[in-house]
Design a protein around this ligand. Structure first.
Ligand SMILES: [Zn+2]
Length: 303
């Protein structure tokens, strides 16, 4: 079975993680631009970060057989540094036009401050201008209120709900998100919040339409294998295979494919892995022998 992890901060993960993900069936990932654990102090660090999401990290993932896509946006925490946020807004259009950028995100509320609201609205307008889907991060505190308010703002800006993924849902928010026509994503954190077991019950109760499973794995305690593990647990617990495919693979394509940048053919007929390839003169290897897959006559790949 193939899996997509449509929300994972792989820049913060290791090559062992990439190998384990590929072995578990993950074929593609979406890495949303986000906060790095401490505030950035100049627009140049945003520029370099965005460049790495569309550049080196894309290359690095490919070296392990995983297609890497990203979303570009100003996260809610750093929206509170208004002078810096204004400078970041100026460089966003440049990066939103790059290959492999599938949405504006992750944007939304953290503390629900006025500054967060201002930059959320500006970025929703930007998404409309460039015609990209939106990935909304909902706050971890005041979850219910923040989720409702995020959707209200999207609707106020005239963006159709089918263009917007509301992420970090739980049992309290999912019904409203689905009823209003949005995509409802769930982040599976180990030992907290939405565990795998709870996710199985959500799919049992609400079905698979417009529901998406992701790991949001980053530099904190998280699990880059959360999507394949949850998918396998669903099967074990009697969820139909079609629902597992929808929530752990297909729905991400339907949602982010609206960008025109996220196509199944990218990973179904992959270029063979060749770890001799360099990115601006750099390799992922440190003296190991490179993995070099052969292309077969029918464009399949021998591993
Ligand atoms: Zn995230």
């Amino acid at each position: 079975m193939r899996f997509i992890d449509p929300h994972i901060h792989v820049s913060a993960r290791t090559t062992d993680d990439y190998e384990a993900m590929a072995a578990a069936g993950v074929v593609a990932v979406i890495e949303p631009a986000f906060w790095l654990g401490q505030p950035r102090t100049s627009v140049g660090t945003f520029r370099d970060y965005f460049s790495s999401l569309v550049g080196f990290e894309r290359f690095r993932a490919a070296q392990f057989g995983i297609r890497h896509y990203c979303t570009i946006g100003l996260n809610s925490k750093e929206a509170n540094n208004v002078p810096l946020a204004e400078q970041v807004m100026e460089i966003l259009p440049l990066y939103l036009a790059k290959e492999g950028v599938v949405a504006v995100g992750e944007i939304g509320y953290d503390e629900m401050s006025d500054a967060e609201e201002r930059f959320l609205k500006l970025q929703l307008e930007l998404a409309k201008d460039v015609g990209l889907p939106v990935m909304i991060h909902t706050p971890h505190r005041n979850k219910k209120q923040g989720t409702t308010r995020s959707m209200d703002v999207v609707v106020d800006h005239g963006i159709p709900p089918h263009m917007v993924v509301i992420d970090h849902n739980n049992e309290e928010t999912v019904k409203e998100v689905l009823d209003r026509g949005f995509w409802a994503a769930f982040t599976i954190y180990p030992k907290t919040k939405m565990g795998n077991e709870r996710m199985v019950e959500v799919v049992r109760k609400f079905g698979s339409e417009r529901i998406i499973v992701d790991s949001s794995a980053d530099w904190g305690v998280s699990d880059p294998l959360a999507v394949p593990k949850t998918g396998r647990l669903m099967l074990e617990r009697g969820i139909a295979e079609a629902d597992v495919v929808a929530t752990c693979y297909r729905n991400a394509i339907l949602a982010y494919g609206q960008s025109g940048q996220f196509n199944e053919s990218d990973w179904l007929t992959p270029a063979p892995i060749d770890q001799r390839t360099l990115f601006e003169g750099n390799t992922v290897l440190r003296g190991q022998s490179p993995r070099v897959d052969e292309q077969t006559a029918d464009a399949g790949v021998i591993r």
